[in-house]
Design a protein around this ligand. Structure first.
Ligand SMILES: Cc1cc2nc3c(=O)[nH]c(=O)nc-3n(C[C@H](O)[C@H](O)[C@H](O)COP(=O)(O)OP(=O)(O)OC[C@H]3O[C@@H](n4cnc5c(N)ncnc54)[C@H](O)[C@@H]3O)c2cc1C
Length: 402
């Protein structure tokens, strides 16, 4: 198999190490890997999860305190069963762990009535979301620009927009979600090995050999869920189909935090122009002070190992000038803090879930393109079912490499 092989010096050390075994190894324990491991453990599988860091951490794609979740998946109807099942799983996990994982604030999605812009690969995103709502019986309201501004006077619309409000939309708390799934996986018997980079994965005669910085594991199957590192670990099939892009999350203190409190202010997606980059999304002020705002960048690909992880005040001001000013009242120009996060993007923004070419026992998953978190719990369950039985309750066929 292609991918990263350990250097000769590491091989010599590895040769003298004890070999551990597992039925299934999950490589990478972010949103997707922690969900797969938890679901394998629920099924009594002898599973091991490995991560190069100690999740939840700030190096991949699953940090930044909040993620939008919405049932009206304008990206396509294939995602609706995944997000519906995910909402059920988050609530089950909350009951099991006592952690707060999801807050339903409602979601507001706005776009010009006529725009060529696409969002996560979908044209006419707001109209597509409304169509999904109708088809899947998801409660929603269409709002006129005046009605949006009446309900949310913090927002300034032009008057030529369409908007959909989904009461069931809200926020996931990503670090808490990852933590809850890993702790439940461990409680149910899975082994979690952190700060243990996987150096190479090979498959021979139905045995997967995983060489790590600390030893060797032989497993019946492996699932590579390495997020923005997927190309380095899973070889050319994933490298050819994915690009990594630097994204920036910004927190701005609001003049009147009560106006942006989660009881009064929704999560929102706001496409305000004719280009994909005319785009702003945000969250209520969960901490009673700052709202988190962001746009999306797809211009210059990067890698998880080389990306610039610092954000200057000038970069935050430029983001405010271009995307926030004139649209949100009461949000001053100076950010209180910012974080860099990574999108792993496929050409059509669809997820990839498949066995690697030429392999019967090694699967790779890329479920990002900027919209994967909300689906990750349900996707983890479907992947666990598929790995164990060859089939899953939710169809994963649309995500095959072919
Ligand atoms: C800024 C931003 C905003 C987003 N907003 C939303 C949103 O509002 N709604 C939504 O649904 N989605 C959103 N997403 C997308 C969502 O967060 C991602 O789809 C999801 O986090 C992807 O998780 P992952 O498990 O694939 O990757 P990651 O969380 O990055 O996990 C990969 C893991 O693999 C580990 N790893 C990598 N290489 C190795 C190795 N060699 N050995 C061992 N371990 C390894 C890493 O350490 C990491 O922990 C957003 C993403 C970003 C970046």
């Amino acid at each position: 198999m292609e991918g990263v092989s350990p250097p000769p010096s590491a091989r010599a050390t590895l040769a003298s190490m004890k070999i551990d075994t597992a039925d299934v190894a999950v490589i990478g324990l972010g949103a997707v890997g922690s969900a797969v491991l938890y679901q394998l453990a629920r099924r009594g599988v002898r599973a091991v999860g490995l991560d190069r860091f100690a999740p939840p951490h700030m190096m991949g794609s699953s940090h930044g305190e909040s993620r939008i979740t919405r049932l009206t998946a304008g990206e396509g109807e294939i995602y609706v069963p995944l997000v519906r099942r995910s909402h059920e799983i988050w609530r089950e996990l909350e009951a099991a762990t006592g952690a707060s994982l999801m807050r339903t604030t409602g979601g507001l999605f706005i776009a010009p009535a006529k725009s060529a812009a696409k969002h996560h690969g979908a044209a006419n995103f707001v109209a597509a979301s409304a169509e999904i709502a109708r088809r899947f019986d998801i409660p929603y309201e269409m709002l006129s620009p005046d009605e949006v501004m009446r309900r949310y006077p913090q927002m300034v619309l032009r008057g030529d927009e369409v908007a959909i409000h989904e009461p069931s939309a809200g926020t996931l708390f990503p670090e808490a979600c990852v933590r809850a799934q890993l702790s439940e996986a461990q409680r149910l018997g899975a082994m979690v090995r952190t700060d243990e980079p996987v150096l190479g994965v090979t498959e021979t005669s139905g045995v997967v050999r995983i060489e790590t910085a600390h030893g060797v594991i032989e497993a019946g199957q492996a699932v590579i869920t390495a997020g923005p590192w997927i190309a380095a670990l899973a070889g050319s099939a994933m490298a050819e189909r994915t690009r990594v892009y630097r994204q920036v999350l910004q927190w701005f203190p609001c003049d009147d935090p009560t106006a942006f409190a989660p009881e009064r202010f929704p999560v929102f997606i706001w496409m305000y122009g004719q280009h994909d980059s005319d785009y702003l999304y945000g969250f209520p002020a969960f901490d009673g002070r700052d709202i988190k705002l962001a746009t999306e960048f797809f211009e210059v690909p990067t890698t998880a190992d080389t990306v610039n992880r610092s954000v200057t005040p000038a970069e935050s001001r430029a983001m405010h000038d271009r995307h926030v000013a004139g649209r949100l009242n009461g949000v001053p120009r100076e950010a209180s803090r910012a974080q860099v996060c990574l999108y792993t993007v496929t050409p059509d923004s669809r997820f990839i879930v498949d066995r690697l070419p030429g392999h019967d026992c090694v699967a790779a998953v890329s479920a990002c393109s900027g919209h994967g978190f909300k689906h990750s719990a349900g996707l983890g369950e479907a992947i666990a079912q598929w790995v164990l039985t060859g089939a899953s309750a939710i169809d994963l066929a649309p995500f095959r490499l072919s």
